[in-house]
Design a protein around this ligand. Sequence first.
Ligand SMILES: *Cc1c(COP(=O)(O)O)cnc(C)c1O
Length: 384
Amino acid sequence: MNAPFTPPIREDLVGIQSYGAPQLDVPARLNVNENPFSLPPELTRAMGEAVAAAAEHLNRYPDRDAERLRRALGIYIEEESGVRVPASRVWAANGSNEVMHHLFLAFGGPGRLAITFDPTYSMYPEYARDTFTAYETFPRRADFGIDVPDAVDAVLTRRPSLVLLTSPNNPTGTALPAGDIRAIATAALAVGAMVIVDEAYAEFRHAGVPSAVTLLADYPNLVVTRTMSKAFALAGARLGYALVADPRVVDTLKVVRLPYHLSGVTQAVALAALDHVDVLQAQVALLREERDTLAGWLVEQGLTVSPSDANFILFGTFEDRAVVWQALLDRGVLIRQTGPDGWLRVSIGTPEENGMFRQALLQVLGRADGTPDESGSDDQEGRE
Ligand SMILES: *Cc1c(COP(=O)(O)O)cnc(C)c1O
């Protein structure tokens, strides 16, 4: 008989639940900001061939520094944002989540502080916890922009080693003006802090909104993270990357990563996708149009919409958002309860899925023709 055993779990991890939005098999899955389109056949064929070629060499460890892939990512960024980034200033890992984890390992740690501006991405406090980095948030304005004088003051007085700026922000969709990033990066430079701009949704931004990669030349403390999970329709492949101003940042990330962290299969799949940017960009253009159409429609329904440069929309506000969320789910539409109380976030799906969302929401709001629902009437102002 074994003696009773309690695993010696780290005190700060005891009782903590693992992160994760529901993965439900419903007709419209609009809750984790995926690209809703499956990959075009020409791309899956190219990936199949690339994986077959890589498979021949799986007896060997992969290129641990993913040189070819990092070069290709730099070339993509030059085409996308007009800024040349050589491989020595590109880092790649298993999703931008892992890139961010590497950044916390390299620049956070005991006695160090990371700051950001709420509401924002719910994973940041987890990277901080895992790396024993202190974590503090400061509130965004009512319009979900960052109050620059407050932010500069926070940086100068709190003296963090990491400042996280998410643009476009999740869950609000808010893009930061370049001038705001400049002002905060200048303050960060004064206290020796890194500035990480998380651009997971960059490809969905409106025309004329610049990427923070255009600031890399001016701020040696700047890092811009991107991902292939959203615009590239590759959430399942796990590939994120960072563009950095100072190649010593990449050298340090190589120190903290696990050996051979990026599999040969992942590298092959990502390279194949970068060869087919054109087809993927057509999907992104359609999703941006759908987003703007849906935002306009939500406003017409009398709802409040946070202007979005991403592939999702935060809208509200509801007295009891859980009721609305559940009623939509009952109609086969899964969205996300996130952001400040009263708001809900919907990812942009295919035109069909967006239509299902609109139809379901009309029913839930009690405004649909035909289909009965619990509220019945058509003119109530209640928004649940
Ligand atoms: C989705 C998302 C990411 C991307 O995560 P991956 O690990 O690349 O899939 C990063 N940051 C934010 C804010 C996101 O919403």
